[in-house]
Ligand binder design. Structure first.
Ligand code: MBD
Ligand code: FE
Length: 309
């Protein structure tokens, strides 16, 4: 159904008033952006003949997003966070830059200041009896020269797809570590193979996804912030090959170049060398960083994060 009963000029005159553009006070950028958003909302209401009931349902929905702290989750689910990546990629491409390891979304579940160690960390607290994961790789520049002392800030879910802090049943910083690369630019971690994430089934994000006929699942993945002085901060994730949701991620974060092949290790010599209890799964992933143009590019995007507030 399309109605469009409001005259465009009537709306434009009204928006000049509501968005504070009829006087010289306020912030012009905000006035223009809010005007565009309100204008699009008014036209949507008009075009679809949105009822008052539907309108107040939407207002309540936004309140629920806030109450459940799911606004960032919805931003991932409707693809807005991925859209920011597409724009950042395009800007680099237009600037003629050579790209290193592809970026992909941070998501809403990072916690700052995880325990810091050099070369190696054990990430799991031993409570979750998941498959042992040996995670390692090298951080290098675009020419393949290893970068010693790079920070590998890594976080992932447990075998239920849950993240410590947000899941209060896990110990503090479980499956979250910061590892400095060794003299060869390498990082190593012992952890457990994560499971994919699913949106809270009773939350507002899943409620909207249901209305769109979409699921709210992510493939098994591991998040990384990779940083080193002189290099561009990298926010990325790797996906574990073989997951049923590998190319059907509700948050659109899977990218070519970010897929890792888990390998089953049964060789006793390797098991002993890694001081692991037995057979395990190896995940190897190497990163390539771009040179930074300035110090600002060395840091991650400013955003309100747990532990950084
Ligand atoms: C996650 O684990 C995640 O990485 C994203 C992007 C959204 C929800 C849960
Ligand atoms: Fe995640």
């Amino acid at each position: 159904m399309s109605t469009n009963i409001i005259n465009k000029e009537t709306l434009e005159t009204f928006l000049t008033l509501t968005c504070g553009e009829s006087h010289s006070q306020g912030n012009q950028r905000y006035q223009q952006i809010i005007r565009k958003i309100v204008s699009d909302l008014c036209q949507t209401i008009d075009q679809f003949d949105i009822s008052d009931e539907e309108f107040w349902q939407a207002v309540n929905y936004i309140n629920q997003l806030g109450e459940r702290k799911e606004t960032a989750l919805l931003a991932a689910g409707i693809g807005l966070e991925h859209f920011l990546d597409l724009r950042a990629d395009k800007k680099e491409q237009l600037a003629g830059e050579t790209i290193g390891t592809p970026r992909t979304i941070e998501g809403p579940l990072y916690v700052a200041n995880a325990p810091l160690s050099e070369g190696f960390a054990r990430m799991d607290d031993g409570v979750d009896k998941g498959e042992v994961m040996w995670l390692s790789g090298v951080v290098a520049d675009l020419d393949g020269n290893p970068i010693p002392g790079a920070t590998v800030d890594v976080w992932h879910a447990n075998t239920l797809g849950n993240y410590s802090f947000f899941d209060a049943s896990q110990t503090e910083f479980n499956l979250r570590r910061r590892i400095l690369t060794d003299s060869k630019g390498a990082y190593h971690a012992r952890s457990i193979i994560p499971s994919g994430y699913g949106c809270p089934p009773d939350g507002p994000t899943q409620q909207l996804l249901d209305l769109l006929g979409r699921h709210g699942n992510r493939p098994a993945h591991i998040h990384f912030f990779i940083s080193a002085p002189g290099y561009k901060h990298l926010t990325t994730q790797i996906n574990l090959n073989g997951d049923k949701y590998l190319w059907d991620d509700f948050a659109f974060a899977t990218r070519d170049g970010l897929i890792a092949d888990p390998i089953k290790i049964t060789d006793d010599a390797i098991i002993a060398q890694r001081q692991l209890p037995g057979e395990h799964t190896e995940v190897t992933f190497n990163f390539r960083l771009q040179k930074a143009h300035d110090h600002e590019e060395e840091a991650k995007i400013k955003r309100l994060r747990v532990g950084e507030m």
